[in-house]
Design a binder for this molecule. Structure first.
Ligand code: TYM
Length: 331
């Protein structure tokens, strides 16, 4: 049995990318390993959410975790900011994280491009906080999407640097994980290579989207004028529709449209209709549970308290050890 840690930032509703990149793995791992799944609300502060939005967003992720099938009895489900130990470990790791390596991180460079007026220190040290999240429980497996691969590499660097500095083997090496050997990257509906919540509204299908909205988004997804030669190369937007179909539809449905593309008989309208209905079939039961669980505040409170207690036990043990290793002593 291995120790597993992963989290999702509380910056809005979860989408198909979050589900297939992360949550689907959480569900499969929770009965096999010692799992900690959390809501990354400290991480959400890099974009300065209004206080009234912060809690609503945390609640939404917790509700969607539970609706998707995370079992709070099997896994430890908690809120990142409920563990002050994470903030302490983040501070300690920051002493051995260097400006140059943090500036070279791809996601940091992307944020600098996207939000040049808000390049705060929290953004720069985002991977250090992520490393703290992971190694606070001494995790070895981290179920994440492809976009987090570099952050995991940095977590390994910070863990092994700590070990080297203090001549210990205290922290194990954490690795990104997905059941289907390759890490996933679900593309966007707007022709971009990644579905994301901070992109425009027509890029992502959210788990809580109503059927009408899903049909509208899929029908307006970007396509081209259609293939004219057999087995023609596909533009990104068409590859994207096929990639999404691959994860939500039946294999024979996927094969049918593959063939239709290759022999140039494909009608994108038909493909989109089918895709929209398959997504609705998949998200429908989830959406019902999201509504039901969202109304049960008593249950949510119980889950959060139980998670906090279990996560705290593991985190405080690590911090006690780390303080000893570093040399903090009481008089
Ligand atoms: P976040 O909130 O951006 O995304 C949460 C998870 O969903 C995955 N994901 C995707 N997977 C496939 N295709 C996509 N289009 C897609 N979009 C998102 C992400 O890879 C991720 O697994 N920094 C993290 C949260 C975090 C964390 C951690 C994760 C904080 N501390 C410690 C693991 C361990 C983040 O922003 O994910």
């Amino acid at each position: 049995m291995e120790t597993v840690v992963s989290g999702i930032r509380s910056t809005g509703n979860l989408h198909l990318g979050n589900y297939f990149g992360a949550i689907r793995n959480f569900i499969r791992m929770q009965h096999e390993h010692k799992c900690f799944f959390f809501i990354a609300d400290y991480h959400s502060l890099t974009t300065h959410p209004a206080p009234e939005d912060l809690h609503r967003n945390v609640k939404q992720v917790l509700v969607e975790y539970l609706a998707a099938g995370l079992d709070p009895e099997a896994a430890t489900l908690y809120i990142q900011s409920d563990l002050p130990q994470v903030a302490e470990l983040y501070l300690l790791l920051n002493m051995n994280a260097y400006k140059g390596e943090l500036e070279r991180c791809t996601s940091f460079k992307e944020k600098v491009r996207k939000q040049p007026d808000n390049v705060n220190a929290g953004l720069l040290t985002y991977p250090v906080l992520m490393a703290a999240d992971i190694i606070i429980h001494k995790a070895t497996k981290v179920p994440v999407g492809k976009d987090q691969e570099q952050h995991l590499e940095m977590a390994r660097t910070f863990a092994s640097r700590f070990n080297r500095l203090y001549k210990t083997d205290y922290f194990p090496q954490p690795y990104a994980f997905n059941f289907s050997s390759e890490l996933m990257k679900i593309p966007g509906l707007d022709g971009s290579t990644k579905m994301g919540k901070s992109e425009n509204n027509n890029n992502a299908v959210f788990l809580a989207d109503e059927p009408k909205m899903i049909r509208k988004k899929i029908m307006s997804a970007v396509t081209d004028s259609g293939p004219t030669k057999r087995n023609q190369q596909r533009p990104q937007s068409i590859k994207n529709l096929f990639l999404i179909m691959k994860v939500v539809s039946q294999p024979d449905t996927y094969d049918f449209f593959e063939e239709a593309y290759n022999d140039c008989s494909i009608r994108y309208g038909d493909m989109k209709k089918q895709l929209a209905e398959d997504i609705i079939k998949f998200t429908g039961p989830l959406r019902e549970k999201i509504i039901e669980i969202g109304n049960d505040v008593g249950y949510l409170r119980k889950v959060a308290e139980m998670g906090k207690e279990k996560a705290m036990e593991s985190a405080s043990k690590t911090i006690e050890d780390v303080r000893n290793i570093i040399g903090f002593k009481s008089f």
